[in-house]
Design a protein around this ligand. Structure first.
Ligand SMILES: *[C@@H]1O[C@H](CO)[C@@H](O)[C@H](O)[C@H]1NC(C)=O
Ligand SMILES: *[C@@H]1O[C@H](CO)[C@@H](O)[C@H](O)[C@H]1NC(C)=O
Ligand SMILES: *[C@@H]1O[C@H](CO)[C@@H](O)[C@H](O)[C@H]1NC(C)=O
Ligand SMILES: *[C@@H]1O[C@H](CO)[C@@H](O)[C@H](O)[C@H]1NC(C)=O
Ligand SMILES: *[C@@H]1O[C@H](CO)[C@@H](O)[C@H](O)[C@H]1NC(C)=O
Ligand SMILES: *[C@@H]1O[C@H](CO)[C@@H](O)[C@H](O)[C@H]1NC(C)=O
Ligand SMILES: *[C@@H]1O[C@H](CO)[C@@H](O)[C@H](O)[C@H]1NC(C)=O
Ligand SMILES: *[C@@H]1O[C@H](CO)[C@@H](O)[C@H](O)[C@H]1NC(C)=O
Ligand SMILES: *[C@@H]1O[C@H](CO)[C@@H](O)[C@H](O)[C@H]1NC(C)=O
Ligand SMILES: *[C@@H]1O[C@H](CO)[C@@H](O)[C@H](O)[C@H]1NC(C)=O
Length: 453
């Protein structure tokens, strides 16, 4: 190419975003446009632009080519094939843009494990069909708690952000599940998880609303470095006789690096609950309403399997109208697993109208004193701090506002409470229960046998 021609081309592409010629496989209504800054000039060694990189060393948004697809005309107009095409086109440095005010319906399962450096700018709504028959026959299955999902995200360097919505269209699923229990071994009515990553490194989700998941809202498996910031999660039923069930905000399995900040969760189950083998957890500025709390575990459920959760920092969390506030749970009894929960800090936690504001349970699940003594937990619980915990219980557990029950003879030490101001409408002074903990816990406490609950 002659230099003059080269410069002309480069300057032309500087002037405006250009639409690339469409190729044969381009779906109807889709388009690819080059970045405004897509000039070879901009990459000249002395250009000012050459250091523009995101936090993973990749191109920033405005340096990416942008792929758009047509929107759906109605809730049955499936654009999953278009969306998959767009992600393939945007992979390795591009961006898929789903526009504000538009709906994009996903009606087929999607394997998105091939990603490497991609942005999805979601300003519109990604909505799943509620074709229960289809999804129960076509999904991705995970043996862990018999989970299924609509799609799997995997690979590396994936950012999904914008002001849009991922809508699980959960109502029909909750209605259909009515009366069933997820832990019932005979249950075959599986419901999809709304957002799942597997074998992924570097996932960032921000700004979005994750709405009405049929089951867990998010689940991260074999994943490194997940960040959720400024996200709103809710699951709200319009059918008075069927509530959303098991719509947990955050779950994880074999994850290193899980960060959730500036997020609100309004669901009827766990707000944030890392599961086996989650390490380096950071939570700050989280609001949970009507939930089962911020809960480490349960872990140690499966015989012969080692599980652990370690290095968690949980700060400035508000928990309202829930079953639990700050909780840790490890299995005891015959035929369970082993492992540890270590180095967990809950700091500046405000709790209101919650049945069990603070719980440490090393005799999970409902293992009575006799059985817990006969089969103590083999999950060691060490170095757990509760600092500056305030608010009120619902009074459901009487005067008890914190219940710390370890297995007799198990390892349970380095448990420290400080600046605890939790009251109960059932009367004062409120009570802190502690059983079988080694060493001083920093506050006055009584054995369960003496509690007014
Ligand atoms: C995980 O992803 C990497 C590429 O990111 C791939 O090489 C590897 O095979 C994947 N592992 C599994 C178990 O899928
Ligand atoms: C609410 O859910 C129940 C249980 O599945 C179902 O029988 C009923 O038809 C639903 N009501 C509405 C208005 O959809
Ligand atoms: C604590 O989190 C709430 C959101 O739940 C936020 O509004 C508030 O600014 C945070 N406080 C601090 C000190 O960051
Ligand atoms: C909080 O949850 C309660 C029920 O658990 C609900 O009535 C209330 O509307 C929720 N508040 C907000 C702000 O979402
Ligand atoms: C947790 O990690 C250990 C290895 O340290 C592994 O043996 C175990 O299977 C993992 N647990 C789960 C539930 O994957
Ligand atoms: C405990 O966890 C924190 C993060 O919350 C981490 O900074 C610290 O290094 C961990 N301590 C140890 C001894 O691993
Ligand atoms: C639990 O603690 C005991 C006593 O310190 C130790 O022998 C055992 O190895 C620990 N188990 C795990 C899984 O860390
Ligand atoms: C205690 O936590 C509350 C939030 O629940 C916060 O507003 C307050 O500043 C904290 N107190 C101290 C002394 O840090
Ligand atoms: C404790 O639980 C075991 C096993 O479920 C049961 O057999 C036993 O009767 C219970 N003991 C008490 C005192 O409730
Ligand atoms: C404990 O909290 C109550 C409000 O729930 C407040 O009135 C009281 O001053 C607090 N006490 C301390 C010691 O901070």
């Amino acid at each position: 190419m002659k230099l003059s021609h080269f410069l002309a081309c480069s300057l032309a592409s500087l002037a405006s975003a250009s639409v690339v010629a469409l190729e044969n496989d381009t779906p109807v209504g889709a388009a690819i446009s080059l970045p405004r800054s897509n000039s070879l000039l901009a990459r000249f060694p002395f250009s000012n632009n050459k250091h523009r990189k995101d936090n993973w060393g990749n191109r920033v948004e405005k340096d990416r080519k942008e792929i758009t697809i047509r929107a759906s005309k109605n809730d049955h107009d499936d654009v999953s094939a278009d969306f998959l095409w767009a992600l393939k086109r945007a992979n390795h440095g591009g961006l898929v843009h789903l526009k504000k005010g538009k709906k994009y319906v996903i009606g087929k399962k999607l394997d998105l494990t091939f990603l490497n450096d991609v942005y999805v700018k979601l300003d519109g709504e990604l909505k799943f069909t509620n074709d229960i028959e289809y999804w129960q026959a076509n999904n991705f299955y995970y043996a862990f708690q018999k989970s299924i999902t609509f799609w799997v995200w995997g690979g590396k360097d994936i950012k999904i952000y914008g002001s849009g919505v991922i809508n699980g269209n959960g109502q029909a699923w909750w209605d259909g599940f009515s009366g069933a229990e997820i832990l019932d071994p005979n249950n075959k009515y599986y419901r999809p998880i709304l957002f799942l990553t597997d074998n992924a490194t570097n996932i960032e989700v921000s700004g979005l609303h994750l709405k009405d998941s049929p089951c867990w809202t998010t689940f991260f498996v074999r994943t490194k470095n997940v960040v959720f910031d400024d996200v709103y999660i809710d699951a709200v039923s319009t059918n008075a006789s069927t509530l959303p069930k098991n719509t947990d905000g955050f779950d994880s399995l074999n994850v290193d690096g899980l960060t959730v900040t500036n997020t609100r969760v309004n669901v009827g189950d766990d707000c944030f609950s890392p599961k086996p083998n989650t390490t380096n957890i950071f939570v700050k500025n989280l609001w949970c309403n009507g939930t089962h709390g911020v809960s480490m575990g349960s872990i140690g459920q499966y015989p012969g399997v080692k599980d652990y959760i370690s290095n968690a920092w949980i700060e400035n969390v508000t928990l309202l109208n829930g079953q639990n506030g700050a909780r840790l749970k490890a299995w005891a009894g015959p035929n369970v697993g082993y492992g540890f929960i270590d180095n967990i800090t809950y700091k500046d936690i405000h709790i209101e109208n919650t049945d069990a504001p603070v719980v440490l349970d090393q005799c999970y699940f409902n293992v009575n004193e006799t059985t817990c003594a006969a089969y103590p937990s083999k999950v060691n619980i060490t170095n757990v701090k509760f600092l500056n915990i305030s608010g009120t219980s619902s009074g459901k557990n009487g005067k008890v506002v914190a219940d710390l029950t370890c297995s007799p003879g198990a390892t349970c030490n380095g448990i420290h409470l400080e600046d605890i101001n939790l009251t109960s409408p059932a009367g004062s002074p409120s009570q802190i229960v502690c059983d079988n903990i080694q060493g001083d816990i920093g506050v006055d406490c009584i054995p369960a046998s003496e509690a007014d609950d």
